[in-house]
Design a binder for this molecule. Structure first.
Ligand SMILES: [Zn+2]
Ligand SMILES: [Zn+2]
Length: 616
């Protein structure tokens, strides 16, 4: 049986990102880097005041500001319940109303230690003892102990704080989890209360909405609800794709294959299991081995490939290449494996097994510009299918980089010119390039305002060209080095589908919806006509289901809505007589006017919408 408490704790830990703090300095850091943070940290003090008041004898850990809120760790006489959170919140409201000023005081180290010892706060004493030990070790004087006081409550704290408790905005306590003191499993387990506080009620409401919405949109939940994919502990970090999810997957890949065919790509496939020699040559053996799955067979070491790049060069080098062949665009949907720690695996967004819409484009140096321009077009096209606005960042040469700085500067100048020329917005991030190539990264912002990194374009003049000794014969018969552009537009298909699922809350645009149309016969006698209509639509390539169950029409509509099917076609006597159907679009208002459209006309309209990959 699963312990309910464990489940609640596991969810909390995924939701909040608060690195454990071990050293005394870390423990004293209030995390208050802005005015809003200072308010959040001040709310943590007020929460500690409330908890001490309601649970006398509570021993206090620490209470920093974190992203979107704050927490405080407590050593309490008993486990907290959701009711307790309400009581603590009410008690906090009293303190905020009283508008106690926050007053900073400095005590001598001895006074400070005595104060917290007297007040039964051993964790605070431990922090002070650690600081004293550190001063003794470093031979520096122990700084005075600073405390912040508001109303009846005094805490060991470096600050900063807001002026008074009345300055703390609207707040809400969210959850309780457990946390070991100093992140150390051999130390006491404490109860950590998370809260959030904002400057205005509107901000708080928006945050709470976003949080609820993110839970509802969690792709792992929607994957099950919509029968798209599931995860099983026999294959950590790899999805089991159900028929509908695999349809979505193949549809996205198919759209990219179409785009690539139009742009003159050729698709290749290289072995997933390769000998270690390859990785020694590419440098992955030295730099990336911990992330690779390794196997022994007949005295040789093999690895599942974590990326396609090096193997692509074997196809390039399989014969002499002429300058006339370039650009040579080799796309590959290779199966990749990376040995991520099981603890960090998360749904589709952090996996061990995945496929990217990868390509390696071999060009002459003078073709870099036009190729970048073409790639910008690919990005614009592909992201328009989802109504997403890609944001680009341009990462330049990092301090530790392979290759000649002069060549880097040249490549970067070409890339910058093309970025400007493309008219797309981008932000330059100095020194953020890969160690072998300047890169353009693509981010998207989802419906909840969360930013996701999806794709990348890297202009590599070192790693593949130099290490694998690539060449082409120029118009004078001379051997020249090509440039290798690594590019992915979706990035990992798994991750991209995870992001899309949450962005659309499972309501994918018509063109990529696993089921595009549900035909709803009103009564049994309409089912045969329903099948006939489905046949007309399928002949246009549409994915159609007929709900032939004996449910009532309203139920059938509700079920199709729950499955987020974009188009419902209702068929009764009247419609069949006219060889038409009444159209309901997903998400349309209940009282929206309904159109009745002829079958052939419907096939034409929906077929066109799909072919154009309209984002809706
Ligand atoms: Zn403080
Ligand atoms: Zn690559």
């Amino acid at each position: 049986m699963v312990d309910q408490q464990d489940v609640a704790v596991a969810e909390v830990e995924e939701e909040f990102v608060a690195p454990e703090r071990g050293s005394a300095d870390e423990l004293l850091d209030a995390g208050a880097h802005s005015e809003l943070d200072a308010m959040r940290h001040s709310a943590a003090h007020v929460m500690a005041e409330a908890v001490l008041d309601l649970f006398p004898g509570t021993k206090l850990g620490i209470g920093p500001a974190i992203e979107d809120g704050f927490y405080y760790d407590f050593d309490l006489p008993r486990p907290l319940t959701p009711d307790d959170l309400g009581r603590i919140e009410a008690r906090m409201a009293e303190s905020v109303k009283a508008d106690h000023p926050f007053v900073r005081r400095e005590l001598s180290p001895e006074e400070g230690r005595a104060f917290f010892a007297e007040h039964g706060q051993p964790y605070k004493v431990e922090i002070l003892d650690d600081l004293a030990a550190k001063s003794a070790r470093d031979g520096t004087p122990m700084p005075p102990t600073s405390v912040y006081e508001h109303g009846p409550f005094v805490d060991l704290c470096k600050g900063p704080h807001v002026a008074s408790t009345g300055k703390i905005g609207p707040l809400k306590l969210l959850a309780v989890s457990s946390a070991y003191w100093r992140g150390d499993q051999s130390r006491p387990s404490m109860q950590r209360i998370y809260g959030t506080v904002w400057e205005t009620q509107e901000d708080l409401d928006r945050y709470l909405w976003r949080r609820e919405e993110a839970k509802k949109r969690d792709h792992r939940k929607l994957g099950i609800q919509l029968d798209l994919f599931s995860f099983h502990d026999v294959a950590p970090g790899a999805a089991f794709w159900h028929p509908k999810g695999w349809t979505l997957y193949q549809t996205l890949r198919g759209a990219m294959r179409d785009l690539q065919a139009r742009r003159g790509y050729q698709e290749v496939y290289t072995p997933p299991l390769v000998e270690k020699k390859l990785w020694e040559r590419s440098g992955h053996w030295e730099h990336y081995r911990e992330n690779m799955f390794l196997f022994e067979a007949e005295g040789q070491t093999f690895s599942l490939k974590p990326m396609n790049c090096p193997e692509s060069t074997y196809i390039y080098r399989s014969r002499v290449r002429s300058y006339r062949e370039l650009p040579l665009r080799l796309a590959e949907y290779g199966v990749l494996h990376r040995n991520e720690l099981s603890g960090v695996l998360s749904g589709l967004t952090r996996v061990r097994h995945f496929v990217t819409d990868d390509a390696h484009i071999y060009v002459r140096p003078d073709q870099i510009g036009s190729e970048i321009q073409g790639l910008m077009g690919e990005i614009r096209d592909a992201y328009s299918w989802f109504g997403l606005e890609p944001r680009l960042t341009f990462g330049t040469r990092p301090d530790k980089a392979l290759g000649d700085p002069q060549v880097w500067a040249e490549t970067e100048a070409q890339m910058r010119t093309e970025l400007e020329r493309s008219g797309m917005q981008y932000r330059e991030k100095p020194k953020d390039g890969a160690f072998y190539a300047p890169k353009i990264d693509i981010q998207i912002e989802d419906a909840l305002g969360r930013e996701w990194q999806t794709a990348t374009i890297q202009v590599d003049r070192v790693m593949l060209p130099e290490r694998f000794d690539l060449s082409y014969v120029d118009e004078h018969g001379q051997q020249q080095r090509p440039v290798a552009i690594h590019r992915a537009i979706y990035g990992s298909l798994e991750r991209f589908i995870g992001v899309l699922t949450e962005h659309f809350a499972g309501a994918f645009p018509l063109w990529c919806s696993p089921v595009q149309v549900t035909v709803i016969p009103i009564a049994d006698r309409h089912v045969a006509a329903g099948e006939e209509l489905a046949g007309v639509l399928r002949s246009r390539g549409l994915r159609v289901e007929v709900d032939a169950s004996d449910n009532r029409m309203q139920n059938k509509i509700r079920m199709a809505q729950e499955q987020k099917v974009p188009v419902m076609l209702v068929l009764g006597d009247r419609e069949i007589e006219a060889r038409a159907a009444t159209v309901r679009r997903r998400g349309a208002a209940k009282d929206a006017p309904q159109e009745t459209v002829g079958w052939e006309d419907l096939a034409e309209r929906l077929g066109t919408e799909v072919a154009e990959r309209r984002a809706e």
